[in-house]
Design a protein around this ligand. Structure first.
Ligand code: FE2
Length: 173
């Protein structure tokens, strides 16, 4: 994180993220956490691997769609991931997300339904970060994190990728 970015976080954290309290340690890491008011979501007939832009825009509104496109960039893509006991290979998938890992690009998630718990790590510190419908979480590249479901055992999230590679974890060991 650049000196300018740290300065910006120190001066403007409350104004930038009025709805969600972001611990100071996460602000220093550059983690973004906001709450978005989402529209109606009906995934019937939607291609989850490549959801149409007009569908996403209907859910988030045009202004926020512009922001998602800024995150995505020209080389990136969106997909939608659903995780619940009905998901094929559900135990294996949960285990993949639960192991601490990093990515070469930011992890950008807009939670469409359900809820979950990210744990973001920095040196000895751990920051449990609860997400639910409307949460937008941005975890910078090379930041150690893991993910677990809550007792509700279900989450649906829009994932924003900056490359075509999709979800590629770098496990710590
Ligand atoms: Fe991740």
């Amino acid at each position: 994180m650049s000196v300018a970015a740290v300065y910006h976080q120190l001066i403007f954290p409350i104004h930038r993220q009025p709805e969600v309290f972001v611990p100071f340690g996460l602000q220093l890491l550059g983690v973004g956490h906001e709450f978005w008011d989402l529209g109606h979501i009906d995934l019937q007939g939607i291609d989850l691997k490549s959801p149409p832009f007009d569908f996403i825009e209907r859910v988030v509104g045009q202004e926020k769609m512009d922001r998602l496109n800024t995150f995505r960039g020209p080389q990136g893509k969106f997909d939608i991931v659903c995780l619940s006991p009905q998901t094929p290979e559900w135990e294996e998938k949960k285990a993949l997300f639960a192991k601490p890992h990093t990515h070469n690009e930011p992890e950008i998630r807009l939670i469409l339904e359900g809820e979950g718990l990210f744990t973001i790590r920095d040196k000895g510190a751990q920051y449990p970060t609860f997400v639910q419908r409307g949460s937008l979480l941005v975890i910078p590249s090379d930041t150690v994190h893991s993910f677990a479901l809550t007792d509700k055992q279900t989450i649906t999230a829009l994932r924003v990728f900056q490359t075509k590679d999709g979800w590629v974890p770098n496990y710590l060991n």
